[in-house]
Design a protein around this ligand. Structure first.
Ligand code: C2O
Ligand code: CU
Ligand code: CU
Length: 517
């Protein structure tokens, strides 16, 4: 099969005026999902045997000349034991998966020096970060492997700001406390790079949150949920067209809807188990999967399901808690919840299940109550101030259609009929203005906007859905849905992106450039 270079197909798409919509063919093989499952080629372990790992918290190594806390991360290949008795090579931040967790404070700037010892170029994006364009991880601002030089043919001759071996990312951290995450964002290869391990947590803390009596310490757990498939040799199986992740973007045709694995990992462990006190726990849930959506339910044998009390969303604390019996998470979304194990007898096993899965992916992980304990935590009625984003009369309105669309001679994904073009902005947005953006979808598209969080105004003809509360930076758009959000960008003028966070869709061009002016 021949494939046009992206520069070539940009010309074609421009000339044709629009991509071709192919909605309706081959969809719906997995309910509640847009994606195709890949089967592992080795025996899978029993569930609830492997203890839940908690990624280590990284500490600053010093202070940079501007006074910011300086952190160092080395991106390298490592062999990890993910399935018991099996070695899996990963691309890891500091050689671990998930990468080290950052814990930073509002108002205290940090600099992260990333060194690339991997065989491929990388780009680091802090998802949810309120970050100047130079440090946002523009998809062409590559960190080249240590010792390599730029290959102008990589990325179709399009050049960004190339860094040789190392790059400093500067994060002002002028933002609310929230669960952020960082992951690779290289143009055309975000899917395989993230899948092979380049993802980690970044928690921002502040005084508002510290003043609340929420569970903390051992009772605050970041949970990174993702699905993977394994090849017979133990490596992560990914149906990428270019296994070397060098020049050909995308996946084999069968997986263009999205790659679903048959193993659920939480913090990098398959279907883990975690021993808990009979107490309240704060779970910072992240769906870091390439394409899979989850519906989380906490089952208790012989009793009703444990509610998930949501206290926060992508952009930090809600104004007031919201109680859910089930929680839907699309790729890229975070939910901060408190779960109350206090009334459960020692020995109770609480299983987090996923009714949107099939076969083994209907299980996520298990909590085992192992001891009674004292617990002073609670969930207050009022959590934090959430300024409502109210579009003024006459606010600009823009519509973005997320649909299938041709990418040159190949099937792909498009926004308003166009493939990602780093040179052409789909929206020039004045800083400080509130606009209404309408997202329209054919299949599931979790839409993510960089730079600032937004608020959901409407889902179809209804108000915001049960999972839309607070500040969001990723919103789950379901098949045939129309969702209106209020956006407002602040402080940093420059080029940013928004895109579908189904990473196969993103790599197959469902991304757009925006400019804040
Ligand atoms: Cu989590 Cu633009 O990405
Ligand atoms: Cu992002
Ligand atoms: Cu999509």
């Amino acid at each position: 099969m021949t494939r046009l270079s992206r520069r070539g197909f940009l010309g074609l798409v421009g000339a044709a005026g629009a991509g071709v919509a192919l909605a309706g063919c081959g969809l719906g093989s997995t309910p509640g999902q847009t994606g195709e499952q890949l089967a592992s080629a080795l025996p899978l372990p029993d569930p609830f045997r492997v203890p839940l790992p908690v990624p280590p918290v990284t500490r600053p190594t010093g202070t940079d000349p501007s006074g910011a806390d300086l952190y160092r991360v080395t991106q390298r290949v490592a062999d990890l034991e993910i399935l018991p008795g099996t070695r899996t090579p990963v691309l890891g931040y500091d050689g671990i998966f998930p990468g080290p967790t950052f814990e930073t404070r509002r108002g205290r700037p940090v600099v992260v020096l990333h060194r690339n010892e991997l065989p491929v170029p990388t780009v680091v994006h802090l998802h949810g970060g309120h970050t100047p364009a130079e440090s946002d991880g523009w998809p062409l601002d590559l960190v080249l492997p240590v010792g390599s030089t730029a290959d102008p043919m990589t990325h179709h001759g399009m050049l960004g700001d190339l860094a040789a071996g190392e790059r400093e990312y500067r994060y002002p951290m002028d933002q609310r406390a929230a669960t952020l995450w960082y992951h690779d964002h290289r143009m055309d290869f975000t899917g395989p790079a993230t899948y092979r391990g380049l993802a980690g947590f970044h928690l921002v803390r502040d005084d508002v949150e510290d003043a609340l009596p929420l569970p903390r310490g051992e009772r605050e757990l970041p949970l990174m949920i993702c699905d993977r498939a394994f090849a017979a040799d133990g490596s992560f199986a990914y149906p990428g067209l270019d296994q070397g992740m060098r020049s050909v973007p995308g996946v084999e045709d069968d997986w263009m809807e999205g790659v679903l694995g048959d193993v659920v990992l939480v913090n990098g462990a398959p279907w883990p188990v975690h021993e808990v006190d009979a107490a309240r726990y704060r779970l910072r849930l992240l769906n870091s999967s390439n394409a899979r959506r989850y519906r989380l339910v906490l089952q208790v044998p012989g009793a009703s399901d444990l509610p998930l009390v949501q206290i926060g969303s992508d952009g930090g604390l809600l104004a007031a808690p919201v109680t859910h019996q089930a929680l839907d998470l699309a790729a890229g979304e975070r939910f901060d919840v408190v779960v109350d194990f206090t009334a459960l007898p020692v020995g109770t096993e609480v299983t987090m299940v996923n009714p949107l899965g099939t076969g083994r992916t209907t299980d996520i992980m298990r909590f085992r109550v192992v001891r009674t304990a004292k617990d002073d935590s609670r969930v207050p009625e009022r959590l934090a101030d959430v300024e409502p984003l109210v579009p003024p009369p006459g606010a600009s309105r823009r519509t973005f259609r997320f649909t299938r669309g041709a990418v040159g001679d190949h099937r792909g994904w498009a926004i308003n009929g166009t493939s990602f073009d780093p040179e052409r902005s789909l929206a020039d947005v004045p800083l400080g203005w509130t606009e209404v953006w309408r997202f329209v979808s054919d299949v599931h598209h979790p839409v993510h906007v960089h730079l600032d969080a937004f608020q959901v105004l409407r889902r179809g003809s209804f108000g915001p859905g049960p999972y839309d509360g607070g500040w969001k930076d990723t919103v789950d758009i379901r098949p045939g849905e129309i969702v209106d959000v209020a956006v407002r960008f602040e402080h940093y003028a420059g080029k940013f992106v928004f895109h579908c966070h189904n990473l196969e869709h993103e790599d197959m061009a469902m991304m757009a450039t925006i400019r804040t002016v």
